[in-house]
Design a protein. Sequence first.
Length: 531
Amino acid sequence: MSRHFACAPKKNIPVEMTLDRARALSAEFKAAAGPRIDAAHWQRDQIPPEAPPVLVDAVSLGIPGDGKGKPFVRHVIVKDLHKIASRMQSRIPREGIFKNKAPIGLYALFDGQSCAGSPGAMAAEFCARNFHTQLLERLAALPDAAEAKTVKHALELVFKNLDEVMLKNQPEILDGCGAAVVLLIGEHVFSSLIGQCTAVLCQVEGSASKAWSFDHVSKGVHAADLRYLKQAAPNTVVEDASGIGIQHPNGTGVSRVSRSLGDRAWKQNPDVVVPLVFCTPEVSTIPLSGLTHPFVLLGSSPVLAVTSPQEMVDIAQEFPLQPRAGCGEIAERALKATMAAMGQKAQCTVVEICFLPPDQRPAPKEVASSALQPPAAKKPKLAGSAAGKSSMRLRHILLSHSEMPAPAQTGKASSKGKAVKVDRTRQDTEILLRKAITDLRKEMLTIKKAKDANEIVAKTTKVFGDLCREYSECPTAKKGGHMCGEIGWMTPEERGLYGAGFKDVVDVLLPGQLSDIAVSNLGLHLVQRMA
């Protein structure tokens, strides 16, 4: 049995309402509810933040640290901190220095060789795994209109919190580490240093390139710490042939640094009346100025011990916008110098962050919304119209190495046509490619005034072909003339088939430019964009 419920109409409200009248009332209600977000603002809010426009890479040479496969130095590269924050549902401020969804990148190295006690790997590994989470917590606590000074204070707290967590919750970690951290927010570079690690900014002044060091204090015992210890624990300060140090009360050793992360025995020990080592970083910031600041370098303590900041900058300048090659050359020279000076290897790690010039930066992302725009009308497909603008004509030199996964460990074919196993290490392979880069760059510098990229490509064809025939293990090396090494026109999708290590390096090239050392499942490439 069905039931019918009759609802008595309320006073002054008609029982029947036309559709037009309902729409009118709805419009009045929306208007009275408050200001509407305009379409342009909504669209801007939907556009995801961009990653920083940089090329970044790192090279670490030297023996593993603790004999168990764990290195003394760990480096961290977070290309887009917004993505990590989104995954962790962590808030990022939206105004002040973060205005317009400023791109944020994090680049760091943690050095277990720069510590108060014996070198170790555990503190460096712990910091490398947890620094970004501590950083996001501190950024989330900032006011929405955060400025540079509040970010600097947040970085200081990150080091303090990381040190406290490690000492309180990780009793198995006895060693310590130094750190060099660069946080890039929009056009601002923040550097945080502790221990004997370094961060160096290249500053171009006219035709000269100068090294601007983010820290201006001694790399050993900090002057402020020395003054404090002379009052609070005077018997711990010693001076010998190696310089000023801090003597542990139980006679276990002398520390040449007064600041590090970890180092439990120097901060929490029955024999220690006051902490002898501290975790306060040197935090600096500088606004980037266009092409005046092309790159920043981070170096582990052995690199700084044998290479001055200016030498680091001079070497990196030999490989413009080629961070893999630049880091490799600095680390290689530092390793040789360390062997010559100390008779033993040390882990030499270098990180380079190259800032892309405006003409090589990726186009900003756009979001099309059906709520804002009508759907685009279908257009006939034209060969080479859309894809042609992003396609590149490339030639390359390809080298394999012994550390590649099987079955790719094959080099040039023997006289019998069979592939020959490669015994060359990756490090030695990169040395060969850096030599090729140097030879090609010398040739490019002889070109006074090229009319266009075609002329640059034409004038470097002979040298490129000679190097390709000498080194390359790709069948394209057998091609004649200007075709030697050419792999033809490649769309972004085709470049992606070689892997992200290849695509990311090649995508930023302008016609005529040489790439950094690019990695694929085929080996290591040096690529020149022909058109």
